[in-house]
Design a protein around this ligand. Structure first.
Ligand SMILES: NC(=O)c1ccc[n+]([C@@H]2O[C@H](COP(=O)([O-])OP(=O)(O)OC[C@H]3O[C@@H](n4cnc5c(N)ncnc54)[C@H](O)[C@@H]3O)[C@@H](O)[C@H]2O)c1
Length: 445
């Protein structure tokens, strides 16, 4: 598989010649300039009783969960294609999904794709594609789904480097023009406690917000050791969390959730940052190249700061939370607990049914598809991903870096082609250890 250009020509014929588009398109769309009008389809699923065909690309833990959630949305849905470069993952996922949703799973061997181009074939068969590989591949897969005119649910983060973010932002714009619905797995946007708390904050519940803090301090999956005879590409994809080009490092892969909440509260992304980080306990070969802690001070255009901490070291203080200090009180978000202190003190009470944000984000996306509501999460997903990448650039390099420098960076972490024999850009030394960034020496923009 080789990379497509970052702005490929649109394929106007791809999804829109389908029976259901023609049946639901307005006379105005079908009249006049056919090609021009096709760029803005109306109501691909005007009939909410139609079966929505789903393809899954990346059949690991989250992909399997997301597919199950997509199949649990109201209205008829069917999983019709799956792609994963590791056949054993696809087989396991298919068995799990069949056990849960037998009548909605129809993925015969000819619709199971296990080569590096498999995503293209799976996307071609579906109405909506779930993109849940390791994040390094996301920009390529998202760009292709949009090129083919398909709705998308993609997991966070949506890229691991600046060229990837730019690719996602460009495709997000095209998705809007094609009236495609795009969901991003930053599920806090579908969690009632966050929605209510952030509305109150933005309505002035704590006065002027002066500073922001966020944390993902905890632990993570351990690395996996290399198997005898395994190629470098196979090993890195199997141990993806520990390679920056595949995961983004945990400041991007995991902490993006908390960083995204602060960007959401601010309604903006930072303009510059500086920070520090390193690895104290990740010393083994299986720990690849990522850090085990990062601390970043992000600055927004109005001078307010976000202090962001993420640490993956066992037996240390744990916290996954976001906090705001305002002139008239504070905001605290942690798990399913949300509180505001000060004159307008308030506590979130979970009234009625408990909402599972992982299910809710799919319910909302499928509802938007069935009823042709605007649904565009790719842009804020890309900007929050880029905020995490900016933070990583600062901790790896030890420099202060502006948003403009970061997002325009030409440092591309991905190889140009993919096969099991392709060499990734980061390689182990003769002893099997990978190079780790050194602040003051490593160049990131
Ligand atoms: N929103 C959340 O709370 C949440 C939770 C967990 C994971 N995630 C995200 O979901 C994504 C997947 O995480 P996971 O835990 O499921 O990982 P995983 O390792 O369990 O699954 C990833 C799968 O992708 C496959 N894959 C890798 N490269 C591929 C390619 N080029 N084409 C096709 N398949 C490919 C792998 O073989 C693997 O089966 C990550 O981006 C992660 O950050 C999000």
């Amino acid at each position: 598989m080789s990379l497509p250009p970052s702005t490929p020509p649109a394929d106007p014929a791809a999804p829109l010649s389908r029976r259901r588009f023609l049946r639901t398109a307005s006379a105005a769309v079908l009249g006049g300039s056919m090609l021009g009008s096709l760029a803005v389809p109306r109501g691909v699923f005007a009939d909410s009783s139609e079966t929505i065909k789903i393809a899954l690309v990346g059949c690991g833990g989250r992909g399997t969960g997301a597919a199950n959630q997509a199949l649990s949305t109201p209205g008829p849905t069917q999983l019709i294609a799956m792609a994963d470069v590791r056949p054993e993952q696809l087989t396991k996922s298919l068995a799990t999904l069949t056990a849960h949703k037998a009548s909605q799973v129809d993925v015969p061997p000819e619709r199971q794709f296990t080569d590096f181009d498999g995503y293209q074939k799976a996307i071609a068969l579906a109405d909506i594609v779930i993109l849940a590989t390791s994040p390094g591949f996301r920009p390529i897969h998202f760009q292709e789904a949009v090129r083919q005119g398909k709705h998308v649910f993609m997991e966070k983060p949506v890229a691991t480097d600046a060229p990837g973010v730019r690719r996602v932002l460009a495709a997000a714009q095209t998705a809007k023009e094609k009236n495609l619905k795009v969901g991003v797995g930053l599920q806090r946007h579908h969690q009632p406690g966050y929605l209510e708390t952030i509305k109150r904050l933005q309505d002035g519940a704590v006065g002027k917000a002066m500073s922001f803090r966020c944390y993902w301090d905890g632990t993570s999956r351990d690395g996996v050791d290399r198997e005898p005879g395994e190629t470098e590409m196979h090993y890195q994809i199997r141990n993806w969390y520990y390679f920056t080009w595949l995961s983004g490092d945990h400041i991007v892969e995991q902490h993006v959730h908390n960083i995204d909440v602060i960007n959401w509260m601010k309604g903006a992304h930072p303009v510059r940052a500086q920070g520090m980080g390193g690895r104290q306990v990740r010393k083994a070969k299986r720990h690849g190249q990522i850090f085990d802690h990062h601390f970043v001070e992000f600055e927004y255009a109005d001078g307010t700061r976000m202090f962001s901490q993420c640490r993956q070291i066992p037996r240390c203080w744990p916290s996954v939370s976001e906090h705001v200090l305002g002139t008239e009180g504070e905001v605290h978000c942690q798990g399913n607990r949300f509180a505001i202190t000060g004159p307008q003190a308030w506590q979130y009470r979970n009234e009625g049914k408990r909402v599972d944000p992982y299910q809710q984000e799919h319910d909302d996306l499928f509802d938007a598809i069935r009823h042709d509501k605007p649904y565009h999460e790719a842009e804020y997903g890309a900007l929050s991903t880029m905020t995490g990448i900016l933070g990583r650039m600062c901790t790896y390099s030890g420099q202060q870096i502006t948003w403009e420098e970061a997002i325009n960076s030409r440092i591309d972490l991905l190889p140009k082609t993919f096969s099991w024999d392709t060499l990734p850009l980061v390689l182990p030394n003769a002893d099997g250890y990978y190079p780790v960034a050194v602040p003051g020496q490593t160049v990131c923009v």
